[in-house]
Ligand binder design. Sequence first.
Ligand SMILES: [Fe+2]
Length: 271
Amino acid sequence: MSENPHRAGEEPGLSRKRFITAVGLGALAAPAVAGAASRAGAASAAPADAPLACTPGRTTVAQTEGPYFKPNSPERDDLTAGVSGTRLVVSGYVFDRACRPLSRVLMDFWQADNSGNYDNVRFTLRGHLFTGADGSYRLTTIVPGLYPGRTRHIHVKLQAPGQSRILTTQLYFPGEPRNNTDTIFDPSLLMNVRTAGGVREGTFDFVLDVAGTPTTSPSPSTPPGGTWRAGTAYAAGDRVTYGGSTYRCLQAHTAQTGWEPPNVPSLWQRA
Ligand SMILES: [Fe+2]
């Protein structure tokens, strides 16, 4: 099946009511969600999954949902049944505006298969899960294939319990040639990706626009700037200063305008 590229104007405008209906928000009000509870234990056993970065007040950017969202996805944290492709585990945390972990956040994922096709009839590579008690999530899937007009990406919607607002966004892979030509691509949505034992592991922390009490305030009195420079090739471990803070490079890349350290937690970690 041939797929057309997403365009920003193609978003069909999923309403909140539809999303709640789609994934059964009633489950959020239930005292226990089996999937979330079991996952919370699994996530806590992964010491490498410490929070990547969270800046109070800096929320994850929204992106178009594209034309292929489909309601009523099944609840599951493994999308690989009957699917071929490179195994990928995506994990991380979901925070509120004050960087406090949010439990039982509903996360609905959908993506293309290994050939770049979406299943618009059934629910292949579609599913929703809930964050654990510590705000963590963990999804097992495959690396999505490419299709015309887009770089490699995974779609996701997030909704915190009791909140009407839904964040619709996409996750990206570093080092993809099409990242430079995809007009929807946003470097702040790059996962931190590594390969371990033949499995690719991507991590990303979301910050939802959910009220919280900031523990620290942004530092508007500190002017941006420092040793960080666009156009510079940085290696993992390099250190730069930006906006009065020191950052450590997490993965090699060539810096670009818009990829300033506070904007791309997958590339820079505050030292
Ligand atoms: Fe897509």
